[in-house]
Write a protein that binds this ligand. Structure first.
Ligand code: URA
Ligand code: SF4
Length: 216
């Protein structure tokens, strides 16, 4: 299916989803937003207060900080697809529960398939754990790794970094390398691409006269 249509279909399903208990307390589900052919996908944790009000990802204080981080990384927010591991707000911004993550993961998997990004930036522990279940974010943040021919870069969550100066320095340093990561993924993709096909063989010379079909 066309990737824009698939994303719209996912958003429609998320808006009315009742697969986990988070649907009871949500105001608006937050499917995510961005271009269907985005080269970079950012995956956060879950909607917060303002996201739940507006139905859009990263529009609160953490979102403002994320905008700054992207700008420092040389990437426009409008160019990236931004979503979360759970699409509905956990009450009081508590951590998402394992069963909520499991219930919601199919939507994220389908978004990744549809967009087919070259680079995935995970924001925070829960998003990292989708790709690296046993890693510690303090050990692996800013270190890209390959996952099914995509470059995945774990980063600290901007909301956590806002309130902890040491994490803020780390996340700023990691985001400053975003363009470098994108170029690394592009270079790998062009190496992996098949060689350009050879010139098509010339057409065989046509006969001067059309072959006459003798009916007799
Ligand atoms: N924090 C997140 O993880 N996601 C949002 O969309 C907003 C804040
Ligand atoms: Fe459905 Fe995900 Fe919302 Fe749970 S968090 S109700 S699985 S969309």
């Amino acid at each position: 299916m066309d990737s824009r249509k698939e994303l719209a279909e996912i958003a429609g399903q998320v808006a009315v989803c009742t697969h986990c208990q988070l649907h009871y307390s949500r105001k608006k589900a937050v499917p995510g937003e961005g271009p269907a052919d985005a080269e970079v996908m950012l995956i956060g944790e879950g909607p917060g207060f303002y996201e739940n009000e507006q139905g859009r990802p990263f529009v609160g204080a953490a979102g403002k900080f994320l905008d700054e981080l992207l700008e420092k990384g040389g990437v426009k927010r409008a160019e990236v697809f931004i979503t979360n591991v759970v699409k509905c707000r956990p009450p009081g911004n508590r951590d998402p529960l394992p069963e909520e993550l499991a219930a919601c993961s199919g939507y994220l998997d389908r978004q990744i398939e549809a967009i087919n990004p070259r680079v995935i930036v995970t924001l925070g522990r829960f998003s990292m754990a989708k790709f690296l279940p046993n890693a510690r974010i303090s050990e692996v943040h800013g270190q890209p790794f390959w996952n099914r021919s995509r470059l995945v870069v774990p980063m600290y969550h901007p909301a956590a970094a806002l309130h902890q100066p040491s994490l803020k320095v780390s996340v700023e340093r990691d985001f400053a390398r975003l363009t470098e990561f994108i170029q690394q993924a592009r270079a790998a993709a062009s190496r992996a691409a098949p060689q350009a096909p050879e010139e098509p063989a010339p057409e065989p010379p046509k006969e001067d006269k059309p072959t006459q079909l003798s009916l007799f």
